[in-house]
Design a protein. Structure first.
Length: 255
């Protein structure tokens, strides 16, 4: 008998408050292994908040309140005894603005694994190469790994941040508007990378660009005013949405 859960992440009746403001209202959804799951909706609909709950980065904000349940495989990640360091290794987060460290390209990727106990220079070098290849950046930087990461272009810096997340060998990758400040060529490279990465990872993508959601995701949830309005296969949602509000959003009639 197979005891493996069908869903990688299962969210049940999740509500989230910043003080008196409710950012998520009874959200329930499931994210499957090895898919790119999209979260779309207008500003302040709760998309980024949901991402931060999934690796408990929300804990860093004072005055929050969370109710409901979130499971990663069979682990309750909202439990008081959840290992947050272990969780954030399993669930990596890439933000909208690239944040490379003021160090070399090599050290940007090697630092966290080294602090986690991986000391061998050869092992670290192999991990750096593998992560950069997965982020489709290796060919562009392999001859200048000791250069400052701050010398990279914006698109390269974003792929470096993705590679830095991959170097921690996570199971889930969360992406919060990863191409919002990038040119079309860099955006295309990020999207092509996601299609490759989903063979090894579960990916959750937040984007305000509905065309990007349509191109890059397998399934999608539409959030509006802190609630899930519709969930489904991306192609179905974009061609025959069940809710008029979904249709209005993807048709640019509001949001």
């Amino acid at each position: 008998m197979n005891d493996q859960p069908q869903d990688k992440i299962r969210i049940e009746d999740l509500s989230f408050f910043y003080g008196d403001f409710q950012a998520l209202d009874a959200v329930t959804l499931a994210i499957r292994p090895n898919e790119v799951f999209g979260l779309m909706g207008p500003a302040k609909s709760g998309k980024s908040t949901l991402l931060r709950v999934l690796n408990r980065m929300c804990d860093l904000i004072p005055g929050i309140k969370v109710t409901g349940r979130v499971r990663l495989d069979n682990d309750d990640i909202l439990a008081p005894d959840c290992d947050l360091v272990g969780l954030r290794r399993r669930v990596g987060l890439v933000l909208s603005r690239p944040t490379p460290l003021p160090r070399s390209i090599f050290e940007n990727l090697a630092l966290a694994p080294r602090l986690a106990g991986r000391k061998s220079r050869g092992e670290l070098a192999a991990l750096v190469e593998t992560s950069l290849q997965a982020a489709r950046l290796w060919d562009e930087v392999k001859d200048r790994l000791q250069d400052s990461a701050l010398k990279l272009s914006g698109g390269q810096q974003q792929r470096l941040c993705l590679a830095r997340t991959l170097a921690m060998e996570p199971e889930v990758i969360l992406l919060d508007e990863p191409t919002s400040g990038l040119d079309p060529i860099s955006t295309a490279k990020i999207e092509e990378t996601l299609l490759q990465l989903k063979n090894q990872y579960t990916i959750v993508l937040v984007s305000n660009n509905t065309k990007q959601i349509a191109r890059a995701t397998d399934r999608v949830a539409f959030l509006l005013m802190s609630q899930i309005i519709e969930i489904g296969d991306t192609r179905r949602v974009f061609t025959v949405p069940k809710d008029k509000r979904t249709d209005d959003y993807i048709s640019d009639r509001f949001g």
